[in-house]
Design a protein around this ligand. Sequence first.
Ligand SMILES: [Zn+2]
Length: 266
Amino acid sequence: MSGLVITDYGQVAIASFPGLAAAGFRHGLTLRRGGHSRGRFAGCNMGLHVGDDQQTVVANRQAVCRVLGWQFDRLVTARQVHGTTVAVVDGRAAGRGAADYCQALPDTDGLVSLTPDLPLMLCFADCVPVFIVDGQLRVAAVVHAGWRGSLANIVAQALAAIAGLGGDASHWRAAIGPAICGGCYFVSNGLARQFDQAGYRDAVAGRAGRFRVDLAKVIRLQLLAGGLTDDRIELAGVCTAEQTADWYSHRAGGGCTGRLAALISP
Ligand SMILES: [Zn+2]
């Protein structure tokens, strides 16, 4: 079951969450379809760091910003490292990394802002995109959580950053985007044990040699522990590794593919 609404704009296609949209937050997740990239990046590749042509990726990003109603030159993005650093940004960061990967915020896997019309963007291929907003304070956040970020609970860092700005859990909503699912994400015995010991036994399935982890479930548990309620957490319920016509998948692409983007603005 997918909670996503997909809108095809011709040049690009964007998925969105009805609850986040109803709360007044402009946001989107980019599909592969459309775009200008070719070959193994074919479609709307949003990642500048994967070996695709820079001008082509910029054209894809410009098209996405255009349909979402944002100025491309205000786009803020990060050089993601599977860490737990969450950066609070304002207008001074506008444009960081929009057209040049070297200018993106270094060593950052979460972006939080209070500044209106400041689109925040992170890139994904199987890792879990998480949006978090405070509907009263008008804060928006986007988080990148692969197995490292999930195990290290970067979601808690993002919630702490929002609380630090004055946010309160009673006004929070979250949405968990397309990612590799708990049926497809095979992990080593050692990694399965780490998730088990960290308190996520319910998110681990399978048997020795064939363990699987449901990262979206881990993140849902972290959001609940942070004060959110199930009725305020939306789930895409879409597997990137199974639906490769629509989404980029690192595993399905053999490690070399494009990136989908998760974008949101306060
Ligand atoms: Zn799957």
